[in-house]
Design a protein around this ligand. Structure first.
Ligand code: SAH
Ligand code: SF4
Length: 340
């Protein structure tokens, strides 16, 4: 049930505002339905239940990878589906990859979410509840949900009001999730107006930009958005963001065999990023169709070395959860027909 709707019911009944925190605490503790929110009186629970279910997202499937990655397929009120992925790190830290939309309108060719098309925006609580489910899972693993990245389904910058609302709740001390803003990352395809909006957002979250190519021709072929915001305009937006916030920008670059992984590509990329405050994350491609293949390890190493020689900060982000189809959009697109 949407929180605005719950707030409306509580207000109508003259209930105090802290009831909402009691509800969130119960969700965090694993309550599955209103009858398990035992901090509320029976009558109130029954009234709330008449208005809708406790949760606005419901786990339909949970898959655990050999490397400890947990992936959920989640159902929404209207029958649509999204996914969330929890990645295990050393020292009990966990990163959750959340979805911000059902599907995505931007149609990047290498991305299985992109091939499903756009369904709808998620609400604040459809995003936050992904984190409540993951935080509970982390508790069960004696670990801590320390990081959240908006790298699941959808383009967060096309749903910024809900993404900002969700970030505030993720960051809020208990009964919020108390996640440090610096451990929250918003990844964008390169939606320039969104980058400008993020630089005015008061919490210092990280910005990650999916660049994936070092020339406009290659990028436009992979990512239609490049025709609207070509590389030069995107990188100027990033530089303005750095100037305004004093923070660096994380450049994502998925290495595709024979497409964007040559030595010339690495040199061009280094040239593009030479006088900025950038960190490059080279991403191993998780193959989703027949069109693209992941770069071979020796080409990946050569690419990384070329960036480092040119003085750039760079690292390789290893693919995780491949055995449970944990790449962007994979689980849902295999389990269900494209969302209408
Ligand atoms: N829409 C946003 C955030 C979601 S996608 C964006 O595009 O940035 C998160 C990241 O996963 C992006 O960098 C995207 O390019 C990348 N990605 C998509 N499909 C992938 C795949 N099959 N293997 C590896 N990375 C992928
Ligand atoms: Fe959308 Fe991001 Fe996938 Fe592109 S990579 S289609 S923007 S989710």
């Amino acid at each position: 049930m949407d929180r605005d709707a719950i707030a409306g019911v509580l207000a109508e009944l003259g209930e105090p505002a802290y009831r909402m925190d009691q509800i969130v605490r119960a969700q965090r503790a694993g309550a599955r339905g209103w009858d398990e929110v035992t901090t509320l009186g029976k009558g109130l629970r029954a009234t709330l239940a008449e208005h809708g279910a406790l949760w606005s997202v419901e786990p339909l499937e949970r898959a655990v990878s050999g490397d400890g990655t947990v992936k959920w397929r989640l159902g929404l009120d209207d029958g649509r589906q999204i996914e969330a992925v929890l990645i295990a790190h050393a020292r009990g830290r966990r990163t959750l990859c959340v979805s911000s939309q059902v599907g995505c309108a931007l149609g990047c060719r290498f991305c299985s979410t992109g091939t499903m098309g756009f369904g709808r925006d998620l609400s604040v609580w459809e995003i936050v509840e992904q984190a409540l489910i993951a935080a509970r899972e982390a508790d069960d693993q004696a670990a801590r949900l320390s990081n959240v990245v908006f790298m699941g389904m959808g383009e967060p910058m096309q749903n910024l009001p809900a993404v900002f609302g969700a970030i505030e709740e993720l960051h809020r001390p208990a009964p919020g999730l108390g996640i440090s803003a610096r451990q929250i990352a918003v990844s964008t395809v390169g939606w320039v107006p969104g980058i400008a909006a993020l630089q005015d957002f008061p919490l210092p979250v990280r910005l990650a930009v999916s660049l994936h190519a070092a020339d406009d021709e290659t990028r436009s072929r992979m990512m239609p958005i490049n025709q609207r915001y070509p590389i030069a305009s995107l990188l100027s937006a990033c530089r303005r963001y750095c100037d305004k916030t004093g923070r660096r920008v994380f450049i994502e670059y998925v290495l595709l065999d024979g497409v964007n992984d040559s030595l010339e590509d690495a040199k061009r990329l280094a040239q593009l990023l030479r006088d900025g405050r950038f960190h490059v994350n080279l991403i191993e491609y998780n193959a989703t169709g027949d069109e693209y293949r992941a770069s071979r390890p020796e080409r990946r190493e050569r690419f990384l070395l070329a960036l480092e020689r040119a003085g750039l900060e760079a690292s390789v982000r290893r693919s995780r959860g491949a055995d449970v189809d944990a790449a962007c959009g994979q689980l849902v697109s295999r389990a269900a027909p494209a969302p209408a």
